[in-house]
Every structure is written in structure tokens, then in C-alpha cells.
Ligand binder design. Structure first.
Ligand SMILES: Nc1ncnc2c1ncn2[C@@H]1O[C@H](COP(=O)(O)OP(=O)(O)OP(=O)(O)O)[C@@H](O)[C@H]1O
Ligand SMILES: [Mg+2]
Length: 267
């Protein structure tokens, strides 16, 4: 089968909860290898959109293809196969509190039911090292971790199956600026190392400017623009004015200008 031009291809999506229409005729395409960031006001349907791409929630209408296969029309088996090709960091972290860090990361590997225990152990220890944690941390319970560590473990779990596609829903929310910067650096390094595609949802402008190849803006129930951060800044829409060019936005832009685009390796 020919490789699809888009890793994710969403067309004509409609989502409604009762009379509340969240998405209407929404389209969005994600390219292989890019970091695409979705922004929009709270409640505009970013998390719902991710859940639909993941096949966890069904839209009222429209099509969603991932790796060229239909998530909306495909069978449960098709979806199971797709799930092995992506990793997800959910907005809440969503670690299992009764399981150790090690077992949380091992979970997607054990679900395959094909890998021997010693291989699972090697993979979990490698993923812990990727996110800067030790084998000792693997014995801890989620309740014993700091907020930043919970995010790291959630990222390690998202990367357990060495995915081609990674979804990160607000990965830096709740982190202090230093931890947040460290986390951004970690994602950037892993993205460069592993070459996966990233779909990121964030309200954090520092994270957005540091990582995004393209930004999709969700407003008025659809994607009003999807372009480079610079092009999005020039797009005339009240949400963009408020979101990017308010006080917080100006600070993030100034910080980005000071750091220099060459350092970040972004055009
Ligand atoms: N299962 C559901 N039943 C009814 N309404 C829902 C359901 N899931 C989401 N919604 C509604 O859909 C809208 C979009 O929710 P969503 O969680 O996607 O927002 P979001 O853009 O991720 O917001 P935030 O930035 O605060 O995380 C909200 O109005 C929410 O109340
Ligand atoms: Mg959300």
C-alpha cells in the first residue's frame, strides 16, 4: 500500500453533545515527522478531538484517518493495530495509582502478550533512562512522585512501544517554569533522536514556540488556521490577538527572540 501523504487526515468532522456543537466541518492534516500544536480556548474541543483521533470517542460525522487507515470506519482489530503505533500522554497524566512506576510503563508492553519478561524489563529501564529517571524510581508509586516526575513517567509510558506518533495533551501544565523548560528540552531531544511525529495540545506559549513546526488554531468549532507559528501570528482573528499578543504572549515571543531560532533548530 502506498504511504499516505498525511499521518493524520481529518475531514468534515462534526461533534455534538446534545445541542452543544463542539466541532463543525473541522479539517486538519498532520505531516510525518512534524510537531503540530493544537491551541484553542478552554472547552473548544481539543481533548475531545484527540480522543476521536485515538478512537476513544466517535464523531457525529466526518472521517479520521491515521497512517492511511480509517479510525471512524475501521474495525476494532484495525484500531488495536493502530494503537500499537502511537503513544499518548493524557491531560491528567492518567497513571494507575495502584501500580508502580515500572508496571505503569510496562503496561502497554505486557498488553502485547508477546514479549518475554526480561525484554520488557530492558525496555522499561531504557524508557526510564530516556526521561531521566532511574531503576529505583521504577519501584515508586505515582503518589510518591512530584508533578514533573508524573509527567516524565507518563511520557515514558507513551514511548514504551517506540511509537511513530505521539500525542501530548498539556504536557507542561502544572509544572513550574524550570521543570517546564526541562520537559520541553526532553521532548525536543527525543523527537530529534526518534524522529516520531508529535501532536501537542498546549496553553503554554513557551512550550508552543519552543517545539512547534506548525500550529493549528481551534476556534468557531473548526481549525481557522494551520501554519507556522510566525504565519499564525499574522493571521487576523480576535482569539489569536488575545492568545498570542496579550501580555503572556509578548513575554514568550521576547524570550524566543532572545534565545534565537538557531538554538531551537526551528526556521
Ligand atoms: N462526554 C462528554 N459529554 C458531554 N460534553 C462533553 C463530553 N466531553 C467533552 N464535552 C464538552 O465538550 C467541550 C470540549 O471539551 P474538551 O475537553 O475537548 O475541551 P478542551 O479544548 O480540551 O479544553 P481545556 O483546554 O480546558 O482542556 C466542553 O464543552 C466539554 O464540556
Ligand atoms: Mg483539554
Amino acid at each position: 500500500m502506498a504511504e499516505a501523504p498525511w499521518i493524520i487526515d481529518i475531514r468534515g468532522l462534526r461533534t455534538a453533545f446534545g445541542s452543544h456543537v463542539v466541532h463543525d466541518n473541522l479539517s486538519l492534516q498532520v505531516r510525518k515527522g512534524e510537531i503540530l500544536t493544537i491551541v484553542g480556548g478552554s472547552g473548544t474541543g481539543k481533548t475531545v478531538l484527540l480522543r476521536q483521533i485515538l478512537g476513544l470517542s466517535r464523531p457525529a460525522a466526518g472521517s479520521i484517518k491515521v497512517f492511511g487507515a480509517s479510525v471512524t470506519q475501521g474495525s476494532r482489530q484495525d484500531l488495536e493495530q493502530l494503537r500499537q503505533r502511537w503513544g499518548v500522554l493524557f491531560q491528567s497524566g492518567a497513571l494507575f495509582s495502584a501500580l508502580s512506576v515500572f508496571d505503569n510503563i510496562a503496561l502497554p508492553l505486557r498488553e502485547l502478550r508477546t514479549l518475554p519478561a526480561d525484554l520488557i524489563r530492558d525496555v522499561v529501564l531504557t524508557r526510564l533512562a530516556w526521561v531521566g529517571l532511574t531503576a529505583d524510581d521504577g519501584n515508586k508509586r505515582p503518589s510518591d512522585l512530584s508533578g514533573g516526575m508524573v509527567k516524565r513517567v507518563a511520557l515514558a509510558r507513551a514511548l514504551a512501544l517506540d511509537p511513530e506518533l505521539v500525542f501530548l495533551d498539556e504536557p507542561t501544565a502544572g509544572l513550574d517554569p524550570t521543570r517546564s523548560d526541562e520537559f520541553v528540552e526532553l521532548i525536543r531531544r527525543l523527537h530529534q533522536q526518534n524522529g516520531f511525529t508529535v501532536v501537542l495540545v498546549t496553553h503554554d506559549l513557551d512550550t508552543l514556540f519552543a517545539l512547534s513546526d506548525r500550529v493549528a488554531v481551534l476556534a468557531e468549532r473548526h481549525v481557522i488556521v494551520c501554519a507556522t507559528p510566525q504565519e499564525v501570528l499574522e493571521f487576523d482573528h480576535p482569539f489569536i490577538q488575545t492568545f498570542f499578543l496579550g501580555e503572556r504572549g509578548r513575554r514568550a515571543l521576547e524570550a524566543e527572540a532572545t534565545a534565537g531560532s538557531a538554538v531551537h533548530g526551528k526556521p
